[in-house]
Design a protein around this ligand. Structure first.
Ligand code: NIG
Ligand code: FE
Length: 422
């Protein structure tokens, strides 16, 4: 019998989400889809899961000794670590004052057009030295980790120059060394048109396709994905297509900020180009959502941004469910529209506000988030061989996590086999 380094036993429930590593979960998600085991256990060795299932079954399958960490999980629920598949966590400054202006009626896109919003954070980020950026980002990610996020995607996008975006992605490599979580870096060079290219946005698009992308793709591991903010006042669907096509040629995966405020055709472009995810989708017409469903592109819903940025309406969960669009959830952590770090809070908003079922929210925060990062084989469920990333929450059932909005129920977090909280 293989020896376990870590054994979590006698949990009220272990929510394994097993069987969904190949394809995202879509359509009707029931309790059975979640692979729930009562009186459950999980055993880990090194950074991997050895076994997950009933306590008796797991204890019969593995060996343990005085060196094994044993955690009693009575009155607790064990789930896969959250996969926060969309954040902008590397930046300097904050925009609380802009948030207050928006609460008095100003619009997010008008502020951006006037040179504020994203462009204000760009100025602050360009001015910050790398050590400051690394320190601030590490602090944010550590707080996310304490709330159960074990995999996090982080986008660049607050530099908007070749050297600047490169510096942010290199800083993320330093961050990755300092935080025990899986960090997935994304290039978002096309986050806004920088001030010096205002007169000719196409020239900036060309800079991205001809200089930024080749430069960044030349260093393996610097960026796994390329993303574009496709929106009135940012980039058009046609410009997005040019950028994504080049990124795909260079071997990067694709993501799109699509239709947050206006129907731009971006979700359709994401589907056409085979993007792993199309994110936001507040204003996407049903036909385009159907294209997303057909392509198997994951819809990443960002309820915190829906709450703060005030798009025309929240993401259309019922339509997506009907069309079989696979749904993931993320914080969208950024200083403008989502100063949020908590995936449980996002799950709560997704249910009580957007109308997701708790089962959909649990799948969306774990295995479907993994698929939105092309990591379905590696994280997002509790199955032998996968990364030992898990959350132990003080609850009788997984329902309590989205139900108890804003309450931190997380007691233990294990990331890559290490107990990082608890
Ligand atoms: O996903 N909408 C574009 N990007 C971010 C916001 C970034 C910012 O406002 O700084 C988002 O909401
Ligand atoms: Fe975003």
């Amino acid at each position: 019998r293989p020896r376990a380094d870590l054994l979590i036993r006698r949990a009220e429930q272990v929510v394994t989400l097993d069987g969904h590593s190949k394809r995202p979960v879509r359509g009707e998600i029931r309790e059975a889809t979640l692979g729930i085991v009562e009186d459950g256990a999980v055993a880990c060795v090194g950074d991997r899961i050895l076994a997950a299932g009933g306590t008796a079954e797991v204890e019969a399958a593995v060996a343990w000794d005085a060196g094994t960490i044993v955690i009693d999980a009575r009155d607790r629920v064990v789930l896969p670590g959250w996969v926060d598949c969309h954040t902008h966590a590397i930046y300097a400054g904050d925009r609380a004052h802009e948030w207050a202006r928006r609460l008095r009626g100003e619009s997010y896109l008008d502020i951006l057009r006037a040179g504020g919003g994203i462009l204000e954070t760009v100025r602050a980020t360009r001015e910050a030295d790398t050590e400051t950026l690394v320190r601030a980002t590490v602090a944010r990610l550590r707080r996310m980790l304490a709330l159960g996020t074990t995999t996090v995607e982080v986008k660049s996008g607050y530099a908007l120059s070749v050297e600047g975006e490169l510096r942010l992605l290199q800083a993320l490599q330093a961050v990755d060394e300092l935080v025990p979580m899986q960090l997935v870096p994304t290039l978002l060079g096309a986050h806004a048109v920088p001030e010096n290219h205002r007169a000719s946005p196409d020239a900036y698009v060309e800079l991205v396709t001809e200089q930024m992308l080749p430069r960044i793709a030349a260093t393996p591991g610097l960026a796994a994905f390329c993303d574009v903010f496709c929106e009135d006042g940012a980039f058009t669907a046609e410009q997005a297509r040019r950028i994504l096509r080049r990124a795909r040629e260079l071997g990067l995966g694709l993501k799109v900020h699509a239709d947050q405020f206006h129907a731009t055709g971006a979700a359709r472009v994401a589907a056409e180009m085979g993007a792993v995810s199309a994110d936001h989708l507040n204003a996407t017409p049903p036909d385009d959502l159907a294209a997303v469903a057909r392509a198997g592109t994951v819809a990443v819903l960002l309820p915190a941004a829906d709450l703060l940025a005030r798009p025309p309406g929240p993401a259309p969960v019922a339509v997506m469910r009907e069309l079989g669009v696979p749904m993931a959830l993320a914080t969208d952590h950024n200083p403008g529209t989502a100063p949020v770090e908590s995936m449980p809070l996002v799950m709560g908003l997704a249910c009580s506000w957007l109308g997701m079922t708790p089962e959909e929210a649990v799948a969306a925060a774990t295995i479907n988030g993994a698929h939105a990062l092309a990591l379905g084989h590696e994280v997002g469920s509790l199955e032998p061989g996968k990364r030992a990333d898990l959350v132990v929450a003080q609850a009788a059932s997984y329902l309590e996590i989205p139900y108890r909005l804003g309450v931190d129920l997380v007691r233990v977090v294990v990331s890559g086999g290490r107990v990082v909280r608890g």
